[in-house]
Design a protein. Sequence first.
Length: 372
Amino acid sequence: MALKIKTFEVTILLIPVLLLMASIAVIYSLVYGTNEFQLVYKQALSAAIGLVLFGIASFVDYRFFRGVSWLIYLITILLLLYVDFFGMAAGGAMRWINLGFFQVQPSEIAKIAVIIALSAYFGARREKLSWIDIFKSALILIVPLALILKEPDLGTGLVVFFIYIVLLYASKPTKLQTFVISASIICVLTAGVLAAFNIPPFRGLMHDYQRNRILTFVDPSLDPYGKGYNVKQAQITVGSGGVFGRGLGKGSQSQLQFLPKAQTDFIFSGIAESFGFVGGVTFLVLMWFLISKIISIASAARDEFGMLICIGAAVMLLFQLFVNVGMNIGLAPVTGIPLPFASYGGSALIMYLFLLGIVQSVFIRHKKISFE
């Protein structure tokens, strides 16, 4: 046990805890005096559960998850199937399983399950991928991706797809395979653009609300009192914080309810309003330092599975950070992708911490240490 603690990477735990403390404080200020004050307690409870899972995952040999990767994947598929047929609907989407005391979002679990399953699959085939291997890996992706998009949840679908692409490239396909994969990605992106602009036969690939979000991002004047309004208010909120912020509970934008979805999609705007430019930049620097540390652990991992797990974790956090902050400042369309360790959401927070626990396990075991 002493040797394990000696090789413990403190920053992998310390940075999320600091971000969580700031996030819960901001959520408290946003919902104080409203009928949503219970969200603070729920977020704090989720953080506590996540930290417990972090500790458990840290001291369990990460290679254990390679052995049960298909079981985790299968359970996740069953959860996604359940939510698609019997889940709880809200906001026009069916994404949650209501347990009474807690609402589980299987699509958040799917992110971690896909990382583990693909890391196990690619880890045994890295630098020796066949075309059949690539086809089978695509099937691993397509099943949960299709169920996630059916909910519909485009944001999570994009995260899962991006994780797959990066892990596929990290598995070092041949030059010919890389060319075909890249060409296929370009075709998919082209189809997405054509669907966004409602051009047949691709218009069916995207729901109207998703199409409207993208078109409003291109031209906010198309929906000045809807999606365009949300983005404009988020930008105003970010700017209103100034250099050092207005302080918790003192921002006019958030306190007067101008900022939509303040504790979820636009939490970064709330952070910037409360703590200003300095606080926003500090948040980004801490996130970047955390992601950089995960990448450095990937390079030190003892095996391909551990390396790919870390790459998957870094990619997920980086993609969500980039898109969510981009949403808040008008550089990306609103897709509902949460800001890691900041946005309200129990399932997502618990899964982030659980995955970081596995990353910690990779670091603890990156040297040949006896665990007797």
